[in-house]
Write a protein that binds this ligand. Structure first.
Ligand SMILES: [Zn+2]
Length: 147
């Protein structure tokens, strides 16, 4: 039972039982008390609704702020300014460009946009792929140092 239901229940008890029937002043005091309780319960309910709304709003602002940080600090995909790796497709000799960060992903596969052949893949195929510049051995050594 919520606070408002309990107040209504108490009021029903008092009204229905002839409570303080011989003492109008005491009955009036109880009525006032219950009215105050009822007002407080209404206010608490409003505050709770307002609080929930504020929390929702804060979460939305937090998300927007995170997006903004991504853009400002260049973490967003659209504003990538890291090194670009260049490869030649072994199937059709098409030049392929992709972001160097792809090389560090644990599970990635890069296909030639021209003929669709997979030109770089991590995981099972990692050893077979060759790239200009970045060495996979160097990257693995760095990870070992961290452990
Ligand atoms: Zn190709």
């Amino acid at each position: 039972m919520g606070v408002k239901e309990r107040i209504a229940y108490l009021r029903g008890l008092i009204d229905g039982s002839g409570f303080c029937a011989d003492d109008p002043q005491a009955k009036s005091a109880w009525d006032s008390l219950l009215a105050i309780c009822s007002d407080l319960a209404d206010k608490v309910e409003m505050l709770e609704a307002g609080q929930a709304e504020t929390e929702e709003y804060l979460e939305a602002i937090d998300c927007d702020l995170a997006d903004l940080e991504d853009v400002l600090f260049g973490l967003d995909d659209d504003t990538y300014d890291g090194d670009i790796v260049e490869m030649i497709c072994p199937e059709c000799n098409e030049e392929i460009f992709f972001e160097e960060d792809f090389l560090y992903d644990s599970d990635v596969e890069i296909a030639c946009p021209s003929c669709g052949a997979v030109v770089y893949a991590t995981g099972d195929c990692a050893g077979k792929a060759h790239t200009n510049g970045a060495s996979l051995e160097d990257i693995e050594d760095e990870e070992d140092d961290d452990m």
